[in-house]
Design a protein around this ligand. Structure first.
Ligand SMILES: [Zn+2]
Ligand SMILES: [Zn+2]
Length: 124
């Protein structure tokens, strides 16, 4: 497997204090397959990380895509390309998010709502 498929094979844990939310209307995806996989819902599992049939996850806050690691926890491996259409996926904005939050002096207590969603990336 080419090494750039996995961006450093980083396994990410979703912050536990944030409830899972599906992508908003503002999110755009490379292909119908990716979109439908991310729209996956299951009657038995409300949490996408708990469903063994669920493969991919999208963090709108960080603009990153991942393959779910079914180890019982909310973890995923970042991917650089769409597994279905091969499109290069956006670079994760995770580091930028932490840089901005730190530079502006935000903490959990005074974090503006737009920083809990993808809105912080669009308000420029
Ligand atoms: Zn795609
Ligand atoms: Zn399920």
């Amino acid at each position: 497997m080419p090494s750039d498929v996995f961006q450093g094979s980083r396994v990410i844990w979703m912050p536990v204090e944030e409830a899972w939310a599906p992508p908003s209307e503002a999110a755009v995806f490379c292909c119908a397959e990716m979109k439908s996989r991310l729209a996956f819902t299951c009657e038995q599992h409300a949490d996408p990380f708990e469903c063994p049939d669920n493969l991919v996850v999208y963090s709108e806050k960080f603009d990153e895509f991942g393959l779910i690691v079914h180890d019982g926890g909310p973890s995923y491996i970042l991917i650089g390309f769409c597994p279905w259409c091969g499109t290069r996926l956006p670079e994760s904005q995770r580091d930028r998010w932490f840089d901005e939050v730190e530079a502006k002096g935000f903490t959990d207590d005074n974090l503006p709502p737009e920083y809990r969603t993808g809105a912080w990336r669009r308000v420029r």
